[in-house]
Design a protein around this ligand. Structure first.
Ligand code: AAL
Length: 733
């Protein structure tokens, strides 16, 4: 036997509990984790804050067993006419329902005006500002709570200057020592003039049917200047508790810019006062219209919309210090429940099962008015309706879509999306994969000795044998049989004086070499490219300029297509990479066009080539017809050479080799500058100016950036670091 004190939030219950541990068989062990069967009482183990609260803050660890948890069901009322819901008749803010003379009674705000509310600026003596302006307190009776008979006015608004002359609204009923008291908001200016300012007035009667005598005095005054309830006392709500009148009310405060609603308490020994506001006010930090009822030894409250603790049912064992006892939804607005023991000074409030509530703005704002409605629930010790204890309200999609975004919200979200996109663009810039040379260059090819194809130049003789040939801008292409070809600018080595003179002398045809392996990787291991006859020397293309530079080859429709320069950029075609047929000029540029290379991207060929201090691009679908030139990169510091455009990782990379003019003319190698700048862009037409889009540099002269049959990337370089063509793996990091 163990004595355990369960601090059930508001109930300090001393319970004797016998912990009967299920005997464990030899091989059955009590679980270490929290038990599957939810213990009804707080288990004797260390609990998380949430589980601790589940046992201490609520009446039961499951909502089904929590007497202060309920869902709410709504029924339309019969017997009230709303003038076709055109906004001229409104009924709202029902009082508690009482049972007297064999029937139920309810009082409520009744507005019948020529037009719907027009706002404070347009209101007059007959045109209402708000839905509860120019209202009176009416009442209705019913035998079943569903069908009501409207009995007419109970408390009309009095003549000026009596409290409530502009409007009397939001009444609630107290039955005290055989007499009836109606407390209500007494407006002395149209609601909305400054705010919703009013104090509370009272009328009394010997019978619920009246006649009602107005006390004509403010019974609950507004708070002093600067206090939370300085402007309004709303929703007066009297109960009898601890042999006194506990009148709860709402006020609006803060207003920065929106008001926050909280609930206060005023206590009196007599219905006409004086009412003493509780020093701890506000006693509920949330909620809108006040709805409370005696429950067990304390007071329970429906804390509906507004505030941190909206959508909760709360409980205060002393009627003052409220704690959350349940969380629910679709709570009744301005609920006036039927509370059989509202005025009996009960020590064991039984709770509520139904009442009236209201729907505001039931049609449109233009026809703004409210309608009374019935709600049912199980917040009663005497009812056990499992249907009311479910904890999911199913709404059709329309209900959610009705909570649509405003235009302003949509604009904000679009704006945010734009920013996220931009950010991600700049992030993806941060995450650009950078090409890097993997190891050291492997020298793979140099054209072997050959007869010069002519015609004669200053230092070279047609038909003469030259041992040393210099390759330059070149390309790799795989043939039908899988063998690799290297085709590129070449000329015999000219060691003239000055050396500068012969650097490009006789570059009139392309060298052509073929691999012995069909797998490119194999070609990196040994020297095995063998020379084939030079391609397209001037003799084979009689009407063209002598120079034949920087070929680039793609296969299209079964034919190899080779573009080469310098300007005019020309085309030749071949079936076998050896015999080429010149097809003439593609385009020429007055500033020059050199070193063309091709990229096929999404069905379009892009040719990139160099001009003065720039790289340009043209597009074509057929390799014959080309678009106008567009400058895609401009350099102020060097002359671009041998550009390559690569599409990789959803973006474009431009590799540009540089000639900056800085060469002392001593070593031939110095004329083949081995620096290649790499630029990155999402837009193939924009690689910026100078280093704006530069992401790295590589050591290469006239690089080819290409992939082998396995997708491995390579970079090549000529003359540097060795005479000939060198290759290394390229990585993207
Ligand atoms: C209601 C109540 C009071 C306010 C106005 C009419 O919901 O809070 O009665 O003054 O709105």
């Amino acid at each position: 036997m163990k004595q355990v004190v369960l601090a059930l939030g508001f109930f300090a219950i001393s319970v004797s509990l016998t912990f009967v541990l299920r005997p464990c068989s030899a091989n059955e062990k009590a679980p270490d984790g929290f038990p599957y069967v939810l213990p009804k009482e707080k288990p004797d183990r260390t609990l998380s804050a949430a589980m601790e609260r589940n046992y201490t803050a609520y009446l039961a660890p499951r909502p089904e067993h929590n007497e202060l948890y309920s869902q709410f069901k709504y029924s339309e009322l019969h017997g009230f006419d709303y003038n076709n819901h055109n906004g001229t008749i409104s009924r709202r803010d029902p009082s508690k329902v009482i049972f007297a003379n064999g029937k139920y009674y309810v009082w409520y705000t009744h507005r019948h005006t020529p037009v719907p509310p027009q706002g404070a600026k347009k209101c007059t003596d007959t045109i209402p500002s708000t839905d509860w302006d120019l209202a009176d307190i009416w009442y209705a009776t019913s035998e079943d709570g569903f069908t009501w008979t409207e009995q007419g006015v109970a408390v009309p608004r009095p003549a000026k200057p009596h409290v409530g002359w502009r409007s009397v609204t939001t009444a609630d009923i107290l039955v005290w020592k055989g007499k009836y008291y109606l407390y209500y908001q007494g407006f002395m200016q149209a609601s909305g003039t400054r705010g919703d300012d009013c104090p509370v007035a009272v009328s009394y009667a010997d019978s619920p049917d009246g006649p009602w005598t107005p006390y004509n005095k403010i019974v609950i005054p507004n708070g002093a200047k600067g206090e939370w309830d300085q402007y309004s006392i709303h929703d007066p709500y009297p109960l009898v508790y601890k042999s006194k009148i506990y009148l709860y009310y709402k006020s609006d405060c803060d207003g920065d810019p929106r008001l926050v609603r909280m609930q206060g308490l005023a206590v009196a020994d007599h219905p006409l006062g004086p009412f003493r506001k509780h020093p701890l006010n506000p006693v509920i930090n949330s909620g809108h219209e006040t709805t409370l009822f005696p429950f067990r030894g304390g007071i329970a409250a429906l804390v509906i919309r507004d505030g941190n603790e909206h959508n909760t049912v709360q409980f205060a064992l002393d009627g003052v210090n409220f704690e959350i006892a349940a969380i629910t939804d679709l709570m009744p607005a301005a609920a006036g429940p039927f509370i059989p023991d509202a005025f009996t000074d009960t020590q064991d409030g039984r709770g509520i099962t139904w009442g009236l509530s209201h729907f505001t703005n039931v049609t449109t704002w233009a026809q703004n008015h409210s309608a009374l409605v019935r709600f049912d629930c199980d917040l009663s010790q005497d009812l056990h309706d499992p249907d009311m204890k479910k904890h999911h309200v199913y709404h059709r999609p329309e209900v959610y879509y009705k909570q649509g975004l405003s235009t302003e919200q949509r604009r904000r979200i679009d704006e945010l999306n734009r920013r996220v996109l931009e950010n991600s663009k700049s992030k993806s810039t941060e995450r650009i994969l950078i090409p890097k040379q993997a190891n050291e260059y492997v020298w793979i090819y140099k054209p072997s000795g050959d007869y010069f194809f002519g015609p004669d130049t200053k230092h070279l003789k047609e038909g003469q044998w030259y041992d040393d040939w210099v390759p330059n801008d070149h390309t790799f292409v795989k043939d039908e049989n899988g063998k690799w070809h290297i085709i590129g600018i070449t000329h015999p080595l000219v060691e003239s004086t000055p050396i500068r003179e012969g650097i490009h002398e006789g570059e009139y045809a392309s060298s052509h070499a073929i691999s012995s392996f069909t797998n490119f990787k194999e070609t990196l291991k040994e020297h095995h490219y063998s020379d084939l006859p030079k391609i397209l020397p001037p003799k084979e293309r009689p009407r063209e300029p002598l120079a034949n530079h920087a070929p680039y080859i793609v296969k299209k429709d079964g034919l190899y297509h080779m573009v080469y320069g310098p300007s005019p950029i020309r085309l030749a075609v071949s079936l076998d990479l050896s015999k080429w047929e010149p097809k003439g000029n593609l385009f020429s540029e007055s500033d020059g066009a050199r070193d063309p290379s091709l990229l096929l991207h999404n069905g379009t060929y892009y040719v990139v080539y160099c001009s003065v201090k720039s790289v340009r691009l043209r597009k074509s679908k057929d390799l014959i017809h080309w678009s106008q030139a567009e400058t895609i990169f401009t350099s102020n510091s060097f002359d671009p050479e041998s550009p390559s455009l690569i599409y990789f990782n959803k973006s474009f990379y431009l590799f540009v080799c540089s000639w900056d003019g800085n060469w002392d003319g001593k070593e031939i190698q110095g004329a083949y500058q081995h620096i290649t700048y790499v630029y990155h862009s999402k837009d193939p037409l924009n690689f910026g100016i100078d280093d704006k889009k530069q992401i790295t540099t590589l050591k290469s002269h006239a690089p080819e950036i290409f992939q082998d049959e396995d997708g491995q990337w390579y970079i090549s370089s000529v003359e540097w670091p060795y005479r000939g063509v060198s290759v290394d793996l390229l990585e993207w990091k």
